[in-house]
Write a protein that binds this ligand. Structure first.
Ligand SMILES: Nc1ncnc2c1ncn2[C@@H]1O[C@H](COP(=O)(O)OP(=O)(O)OC[C@H]2O[C@@H]([n+]3cccc(C(=O)O)c3)[C@H](O)[C@@H]2O)[C@@H](O)[C@H]1O
Ligand SMILES: Nc1ncnc2c1ncn2[C@@H]1O[C@H](COP(=O)(O)OP(=O)(O)OP(=O)(O)O)[C@@H](O)[C@H]1O
Ligand SMILES: [Mg+2]
Length: 265
């Protein structure tokens, strides 16, 4: 299996690079302020640690946004992160807002995916409400693995101003978080989008992150063919590599600016 582990010196270089990225992105936008959603998951936790280093704790505003299906443990962890980093934070309950949306369009009520995505988009609206008011940027938390397969809600958690950890595969997010001193229980927690009860990323995608990362690094980011990738990654079939490749192709629209027609000749 391809080894995506980063050495201590590489981790330190990434840390400095990402901290500088946040500082530069904020400076280019003429602000020192940023907001981000804290879910208790590792992507937002790492992004918050880096942002505090970049901007200072007084300049980061955490939004903890529990909904009907949020696990209590995750919300407690999200608040722990804000308190540990000593950043100001608010807790916004999204349920009443999502319920209003479903009052308006009850046809979608039993559609798990549509409702789950509406939860992610409701959080985006709140992020921008605060960011507009405070003159702040919205920090995204997307990593390279989920970006490459489109495992995020378009204009939900994808609606942000930048993705500081967007060039790290999921397993490298965990490594960098551990390097920064994030506690093991957060680093090793099962990733979940938290859009419906019991959801986990790996179960929904049908692949574990280490395997996904390896296929992405070798075949989508790298030059290896489907068959060469299947030979390199333990226990992976060509069919599985093709499936990841299809997820990548089908989600191309999420990584692009929405298209308009060319001008008439
Ligand atoms: N070819 C195309 N060109 C242009 N637009 C296209 C399109 N195909 C679909 N669309 C549009 O995109 C929409 C579908 O995209 P979207 O609304 O995002 O919905 P969709 O991709 O179906 O669902 C979001 C996925 O991301 C996962 N997720 C969400 C949030 C967080 C996380 C996490 O990692 O924590 C994961 C979630 O569990 C689910 O699997 C369609 O309704 C349509 O409007
Ligand atoms: N309950 C929530 N409160 C605040 N923000 C949330 C909540 N749920 C999701 N988010 C935001 O949506 C982002 C995307 O969720 P995602 O699950 O991909 O990342 P994560 O929860 O940080 O890490 P993991 O993938 O390991 O669960 C989060 O990083 C966070 O910014
Ligand atoms: Mg999560």
């Amino acid at each position: 299996m391809i080894d995506l582990r980063l050495s201590e010196s590489e981790l330190e270089a990434h840390r400095e690079h990402l901290v500088q990225f946040i500082r530069d992105t904020a400076a280019d936008a003429g602000t020192e302020q940023a907001v981000l959603g804290l879910s208790g998951g590792i992507d937002s936790t790492l992004t918050a640690y880096l942002a505090v280093e970049a901007l200072g704790e007084e300049n980061l505003h955490g939004l903890v946004m529990p909904g009907a299906v949020s696990r209590e443990e995750n919300m407690t962890d999200a608040e722990w992160v804000a308190q540990e980093l000593e950043i100001p934070y608010d807790v916004f309950e999204i349920n009443p807002i999502v319920d209003k949306l479903l009052d308006a369009y009850s046809e979608a009520e039993d559609d798990q995916l549509a409702v789950g995505n509406a939860r992610a988009r409701t959080r985006a609206v709140l992020n921008y409400l605060v960011a507009n008011h405070e003159g702040a940027l919205v920090l995204g938390t997307g990593n390279r693995s989920e970006a490459l397969v489109g495992y995020f809600t378009k204009y939900g958690d994808g609606a942000v101003d930048c993705h500081p950890v967007g060039n790290l595969y999921k397993q490298q997010v965990r490594q960098l978080a551990a390097h920064l001193g994030v506690p093991d229980e957060l680093v090793e927690k099962q990733p979940t989008a938290g859009l419906w009860a019991g959801q986990t990323d790996e179960e929904e995608m049908g692949i574990d992150y280490d395997t996904l990362d390896a296929i992405l690094a070798l075949h989508i980011d790298g030059p290896l063919s489907v068959s060469a990738t299947a030979r390199q990654v333990d226990g992976v079939t060509e069919e599985e590599v093709r499936r990841v490749s299809e997820m990548h192709a089908r989600s191309e629209h999420k990584r692009r600016v929405p298209p308009s027609p060319d001008p008439l000749d």
